[in-house]
Write a protein that binds this ligand. Structure first.
Ligand code: SF4
Ligand code: SF4
Ligand code: SF4
Length: 325
């Protein structure tokens, strides 16, 4: 097992001797229009079925609900009024250094945001974070999840035994088992005339592959390729993080102090993420954990304590034996 926490290059850490530059996403939610083209493109490219019967959630105009075994991209709609917008702006202000006080009326102190006066929809296309330290991968007992040469995390459906350990291991609630047991294209499903011997695997774990099949052909992932506003940007991870930082600075200079990055800190609990987001409110508003932590980060300390406890027990047993004699 490689490094369990802190900054690292995940593909080199996983043992790739000819690792490629780490690939990832920068999802800029400030320019997402909620068209859900990314969701559709993902389903189409990966032959993912719809999630159950078409139904209206009643709580939002977003009727696909959440990421899941068949929804590897999910665009959340969050409706907000003036009060919440002001709160978001204040909490953003607390995160950033706004520099020296400026003269009222000066362009830097104008926090008016023309496109969100009294009400706004936050729209954010969520996806697997392709974590630097991926809990799903670390806890998988069969090795079904693996780190690619691009630093991404992929499930090998034909190796997964459906135990669900990865589901508990993901701090973002991304990976899910598909309840109908299918994991492949229609032509590869059990019972299909082309594959009569295909093994039926129940409840295989499913999630975004960052379009691994497209990356190896030097193609852009289907969701990023389709996004009409470039809200989803794909590329080399480090370049995207730089781009994200510039975009936050640009929004701050326009008075949009609520803009903040998520996943760009390599010292966070998962070592930073391959999918970086620009958010316009606190992570919890989007259903994201504010301080994600990979469950295996504390393994060395736990093993050390367990070792000390075991040594203590052996010592106590030896002492008792010696006294009895
Ligand atoms: S977000 Fe969850 S499923 Fe995706 S790589 Fe990280 S731990 Fe794994
Ligand atoms: S990278 Fe591919 S698998 Fe992942 S969300 Fe985008 S289209 Fe779906
Ligand atoms: S395709 Fe782009 S603009 Fe449309 S919902 Fe997805 S991220 Fe937003």
């Amino acid at each position: 097992m490689g490094q369990l926490s802190g900054p690292t290059d995940p593909s080199t850490d996983a043992g790739w001797t000819e690792a490629k530059p780490r690939k990832g996403f920068f999802t800029d939610t400030s320019i997402c229009i909620g068209c859900k083209a990314c969701e559709v493109a993902c389903k189409e490219w990966n032959h993912n079925p719809r999630d159950g019967d078409l139904q209206l959630l009643g709580s939002s105009y977003d009727n696909t609900g959440a990421l899941g075994a068949s929804t590897w991209r999910h665009v959340a709609f969050i409706e907000q009024g003036r009060d919440r917008i002001d709160e978001a702006r204040e909490s953003g202000r607390a995160l950033i250094g706004l520099g020296m006080p400026t003269v009222p009326g000066h362009v830097d102190s104008d926090t008016t945001v023309p496109d969100t006066p009294e009400f706004r929809w936050l729209m954010s296309s969520d996806v697997c974070k392709h974590c630097t330290h991926a809990g799903c991968l670390d806890v998988c007992p069969t090795g079904a999840l693996f780190r690619t040469e691009f630093g991404t995390v992929v499930v090998q459906a034909d190796v997964c035994n459906g135990c669900g350990t990865c589901v508990a291991g993901c701090p973002f609630g991304v990976v899910e088992r598909r309840s109908d047991g299918t994991y492949a294209t229609p032509a590869e499903r059990p019972g299909h005339p082309d594959r009569p011997d295909h093994k039926f695997v129940t409840g295989v774990a499913q999630k975004c592959t960052l379009c691994y099949d497209r990356l190896v052909e030097d193609q852009t992932p289907a969701c990023a390729q389709t996004c009409p506003t470039t809200s989803i940007k794909f590329g080399n991870h480090d370049d995207l993080v730089d781009q994200a930082r510039h975009r936050v600075a640009e929004l701050h200079s326009q008075g949009r102090t609520e803009a903040r990055l998520y996943g760009a800190n390599e010292n966070d609990g998962v070592g930073g993420t391959g999918s970086v987001f620009l958010l316009l409110d606190e992570p919890e508003v989007y259903g994201l954990p504010p301080d994600p932590r990979v469950c295996t980060a504390d393994l060395p300390t736990m093993f050390k304590r367990a070792g000390m406890a075991a040594a203590g027990m052996v010592g106590a047993a030896a002492l008792a034996f010696w006294r009895n004699r």
